[in-house]
Design a protein around this ligand. Structure first.
Ligand SMILES: Cc1ncc(COP(=O)(O)O)c(C=O)c1O
Length: 388
């Protein structure tokens, strides 16, 4: 069997239609979208169209969304932008221990360089938030809450709407990192009640290096990147027309696919994979909360097996999966998300993530079950002989 890709939470392949939409902006319409002469006309029109498509996917007003270089920049801008704007009102931020590093490292920076205090909420053994603990963490000097919609490693979908309501009762702004939720669960900024929301194109079959930040009207915000006044001064720099056009096309296709039930199809493949693995491989634990989870994700620990070793062995067989976040892979430290779930070390180092997507098939799923079952048995045997 050819190569199989089951790491869609790390990134997705660029859809051929997205590529097709982007190409003219390399070839003919290469003008600067801010130019007032003929060369800027098609690029700025295409950016406007893309903005409408992206906004329609999250039910935002086009004026309230600006494009960035990706989810990491959106997360950095959200935290620093609000913190700097409100630093005279208060210097306390609430986030959670299972956020992406783009949030956690930015929160660390606010703490170490800018005199903020950060509360990092813990989660239970399934990665769930406790709303009472959340309520109790809010203080008079809290200016921002940042909690992700869906966790990229274990797939948990968090109760953002309830959290936003609690925060707003205290007049506190809410940012949501929806980078890995986009396209997998419906997102509506009005219904969620969030003030800021980060998204990224490459998680929805768009190009890498294109993202966006939604900032609700009247939200106090200091721009992170200053310069030529683009994006109404909120994110300066010459427009990445090609990337933005690709993001817009990906958003348009994503809306169509969601409406046609693509996520239910991916969920049934994920369930087939999970059930197959639980049946064929003994001593497996599901990490996270299966009752509130992204449709494409399963994070499993196979006891007695080193997760990193299993990933490398499956790679040799053409199967791409991961132990967790691609952004921190290569590090020998266990996943900070699984550490927050307080996993026993046996399960912690044995965890791997399968994240499925549009191109996966039942045949691929069955093949992966076979290969994983064989490899886990082999690795367990090696482990046993080594410790005998
Ligand atoms: C939850 C989450 N936030 C932020 C990011 C960073 O996004 P980007 O890769 O577009 O910088 C990722 C990427 O994996 C993510 O999963």
């Amino acid at each position: 069997m050819n190569r199989i890709y089951m790491d869609h939470n790390a990134t997705t392949p660029v859809d051929p239609e997205v590529r097709g939409a982007m190409w003219p902006f390399y070839e003919q319409e290469w003008g600067n979208a801010s130019s007032i002469h003929w060369a800027g006309k098609a690029p700025i029109d295409a950016i406007d169209t893309a903005r409408e498509a992206v906004c329609s996917l999250i039910n935002a007003r086009p004026r309230d969304l600006f494009f960035t270089s990706g989810g990491t920049e959106s997360d950095n801008s959200a935290l620093l932008g609000v913190a700097f704007a409100l630093k005279e009102r208060g210097r306390h931020l609430v986030t959670s221990a299972i956020e992406h590093k783009a949030i956690l490292d930015t929160a660390d920076c606010l703490e170490s360089l800018h005199g903020f205090e950060v509360t990092r909420l813990g989660v239970d053994s399934k990665g769930r938030h406790d709303l009472d603990a959340f309520r109790a963490s809010l203080r008079d000097d809290t200016v921002l809450v940042s909690v992700m919609l869906a966790n990229n490693e274990i797939g948990n979908v968090n109760p953002i709407r309830a959290m936003a309501e609690i925060a707003h009762e205290r007049g506190i702004l809410v940012h949501c990192d929806a980078v890995n939720a986009l396209g997998k669960v419906p997102i509506d900024v009005e219904e969620m009640g969030v003030d800021l929301l980060s998204i990224s194109a490459h998680k929805i079959y768009g190009p890498k290096g294109a993202g966006a930040l939604y900032v609700r009207k009247k939200t106090p915000f200091e721009p992170l990147i200053r310069g030529g006044g683009q994006e109404r001064g909120r994110r300066c720099g010459t427009y990445n027309t090609v990337g933005i056009v690709g993001f817009g096309k990906a958003a348009e296709l994503c809306a169509e696919q969601m409406a046609s039930g693509s996520n239910a199809a991916v969920a049934s493949l994920r369930d087939r994979l999970e059930e197959g693995l639980l049946e064929r491989v003994g001593d497996v634990e599901i990490n996270g909360d299966p009752s509130s989870r992204l449709p494409n994700t399963t994070n499993l620990s196979f006891s007695g097996v080193d997760g990193e070793g299993l990933v490398l062995n499956l790679d040799l067989k053409g199967i791409a999966i991961s132990t967790g976040s691609a952004c921190t892979s290569g590090s020998l430290d266990p996943s900070h998300v699984l550490v927050a779930l307080d996993k026993d070390p046996v399960w912690l180092e044995a965890a791997i993530r399968f994240s499925l997507g549009q191109s996966n098939t039942e045949e691929q799923v069955d093949h992966v079950i076979d290969v994983v079952a064989t490899e886990v048995a082999r690795l367990r045997q090696i482990q046993q002989s080594a410790s005998a």
